[in-house]
Unconditional design. Structure first.
Length: 234
């Protein structure tokens, strides 16, 4: 029986590229994010490639909307898992960034990942199959200035994925973390400053890596994959 995959962050950048790279997936691809217009753009691109796809809007900061997203995906077809690419950052030094802004980033980039994981596993565990793919960042492995919230959340996301992997091994569920380096997505337009997009990874390369992770056969799992620009970081 075909199974569904939720893709968060599907309205933009890496999430959108992941959805398009997964066009060959035989079950429903559930595109999620907040922007209806941008999700529709991804859906149109996906339909060009595979003739179908579906959208379920959800704010990662809303427990109710996350629960509705997982329920809705399960109704389309048994949930295989997710590609969790939704997230955001607001950069600032520890001496200048208010704690509320810090906490909001932990909520978006870490707490929502746990909530989504917990919800998804309810149906996946009895079926004894599935795959959770977390889009992390090099910021989950090393630090950068003016990024304490983002770095802490991504380090936390690494810990979350590593611990969940141990929880679900016996249930035959795969857990993967992808660590992309700087990637030329809309992400950088949301930050202050000029950034050399041409020196970054292409979103299509990151999407292809997601498809590679999900297409491993049998019991093989890519537990961690670090994707860097050959010239290093900009
Ligand atoms: N770009 C990079 O250099 C880079 C490098 C390494 C890792 N990453 C990671 O890759 C992931 C995707 O980043 P990207 O480069 O694709 O960025 P992006 O183009 O800015 O996309 C971010 C996505 O997250 C969604 N999102 C943000 N806040 C949300 C919320 N409250 N609820 C639901 N969805 C929300 C956005 O959807 P809506 O706007 O529709 O809500 C959008 O689809 C992030 O986790 C990021 O940390 C990025």
């Amino acid at each position: 029986m075909s199974s569904s995959i939720i893709i968060t962050g599907a309205s933009s950048g890496i999430g959108r590229a992941s959805a398009l790279a997964l066009a060959g997936w035989d079950g429903p691809l559930i595109l999620s994010g907040r922007s209806s217009d941008r999700l529709q753009e991804t859906l149109d691109l996906l339909i060009e490639r595979r003739g179908r796809g579906s959208v379920c809007r959800a704010d990662l900061d809303s427990p109710e909307q996350l629960a509705a997203l997982v329920d809705w995906a399960e109704q389309q077809a048994p949930l295989h898992g997710f590609v969790h690419a939704g997230g955001g950052a607001e950069f600032g030094t520890a001496q200048s960034q208010p704690p509320e802004v810090w906490e909001a980033q932990i909520g978006l980039n870490l707490n929502a990942a746990y909530r989504l994981t917990h919800l998804a596993l309810q149906g996946m565990i009895p079926r004894k199959q599935g795959h959770l793919v977390y889009v992390n960042s090099v910021a989950g492995l090393r630090s950068f200035p003016a990024s304490s919230a983002y770095v802490a959340a991504k380090h936390g996301l690494k810990g979350l994925a590593d611990a969940v992997r141990e929880d679900v091994r016996e249930h035959d569920i795969k857990v993967s973390t992808l660590y992309p380096g700087a990637t030329a997505s809309e992400w950088w337009q949301k930050q202050e400053g000029d950034f050399p997009l041409q020196e970054m990874l292409e979103v299509e390369a990151v999407g292809a890596a997601v498809a590679y992770i999900l297409n491993q056969v049998g019991q093989t799992v890519v537990e961690e994959l670090l994707l860097r620009h050959q010239r290093g970081d900009f």
